[in-house]
Design a protein around this ligand. Structure first.
Ligand SMILES: [Zn+2]
Ligand SMILES: [Zn+2]
Length: 382
């Protein structure tokens, strides 16, 4: 039995413990304490409370000056678990529906192997970040001095992928996950009697025109080769059955694969909102925010990831040009600071989707995930 097989049993126990005790973003108090206690017990230097509830472990061997970071996310979601698993969530209304319990267990497994067996020269940073689902955790660690206090020159992360067979690994060079922008548009006019619209500057017709006009950003303003989505998801107006509304709020979400496209969506949206509002004689304001930035893998580090993955998963099980997906990940914030790679590992074809009440991380993936992280560290810090 090799070392990974022995540790596999422990990783499964850790994973089930975490699954039973999920914690929402920035509330990962017990999760962080669990991670810190494990890392310390293997002689790894640990700092807690980085970016609120984040944990960073540092392990240095030899005389090498290079440092790389391996990252896992720790937070759960406000979803009520639907399962009869023996280790199902004990926290009402909160569950690990994105598999971050598995990500933590895999990175802990890798940390233990590297602490006990070494095989590298330099420093490995184990970054356990809070609040990925909010898109705030990585930023919060960066704002708390992550790069200055725990310098590293590249970073690697993985996410499980339902629908992809267990034992498969996939990534690509360049954009792999989307930016998420959120917007809130407010229209102001004057409401009034439904029978006397000519005495009002009501906003509902303007709001409806705006919802339609916003669809021309993707269909008429962006290059068709660029992936983008503009979705209006809510329209709230203050009218009643026989009174026209004087204010309306339109909310929505836009996705894109490149920062330039995100900037262009915002520019075009402002143009369309101003033009439509003035055409209907009302005034408008927009709050446009960037929740997630696009996740862009660098080429050298992606080649490293592919090589490490081939040594673990087998060359035939590694896909080097997976199609980008429109979901978002705040690992992207780390890639704004240093080069690195983010990849997917199969969670099984029968796995429930992410963020689904019946989802569960696949324990058969733990060992390969840990082996992958170890292979990356040994390859980069020879
Ligand atoms: Zn998620
Ligand atoms: Zn996730």
């Amino acid at each position: 039995m090799n070392r990974f097989e022995t540790i596999e049993r422990e990783m499964i126990e850790w994973r089930h413990h975490l699954h039973r005790n999920p914690e929402f973003g920035f509330e990962e108090i017990n999760t962080a304490a669990f991670v810190a206690e494990k890392l310390r017990s293997w002689g790894i230097q640990v700092i807690e409370g980085v970016g609120k509830t984040g944990v960073v472990g540092s392990l240095t061997l030899g005389t090498g000056k290079r440092a790389i970071a391996l990252r896992a996310d720790m937070d759960a979601l406000r979803i009520s678990e639907r399962s009869d698993l023996p280790y199902r969530s004990q926290a009402l209304g909160t569950m690990h529906a994105c598999g971050h319990d598995g990500h933590v267990a895999m990175l802990l497994g890798a940390a233990r192997i590297l602490a006990e067996e070494g095989g590298f020269d330099g420093t490995v940073r184990f970054v356990f970040q809070p609040a990925e689902e909010w898109g705030r955790g990585a930023l919060s660690m960066l704002d708390d001095g992550l790069m200055a206090r725990f310098p590293f020159s590249e970073v690697y992360g993985i996410h499980n992928m339902p629908g992809m067979p267990v034992g498969r690994f996939a990534t690509r060079i360049g954009s792999i996950m989307a930016a998420e922008d959120i917007f809130e548009i407010r229209l102001d006019g004057t409401g009034g009697h439904a029978a006397r619209p000519h005495h009002t500057n009501e906003v509902l017709v303007a709001a409806c025109a705006l919802v339609v006009n916003l669809q021309t950003i993707v269909s008429r303003r962006l290059d068709p080769a660029d992936m983008a989505v503009v979705s209006v998801t809510e329209l709230i107006a203050d009218g009643t059955r026989n009174a026209l509304p004087g204010t309306a709020t339109i909310l929505g979400d836009a996705r894109s694969m490149r920062s330039e496209v995100s900037a262009e969506i915002e520019r075009r949206m402002r143009q369309i909102v101003d033009g439509t509002a003035s055409a209907y004689g009302c005034s408008a304001s927009i709050d446009y925010g960037r929740e997630f930035v696009p996740l862009v893998n660098t080429s050298e580090q992606t080649r490293v990831a592919l090589e490490a993955a081939a040594s673990v998963f087998g060359p035939g099980a590694v896909e080097d040009d997976i199609a980008p997906i429109a979901a978002s990940e705040d690992f992207a914030r780390l890639l704004e600071k240093v080069p690195g790679n983010f990849a997917f590992i199969g969670n099984g074809e029968t796995s429930a989707p992410l963020h689904n009440p019946s989802y569960d991380f696949n324990d058969n993936v733990l060992r390969q995930g840990a082996e992958y992280f170890v292979a990356v560290a040994r390859q980069r810090l020879r």
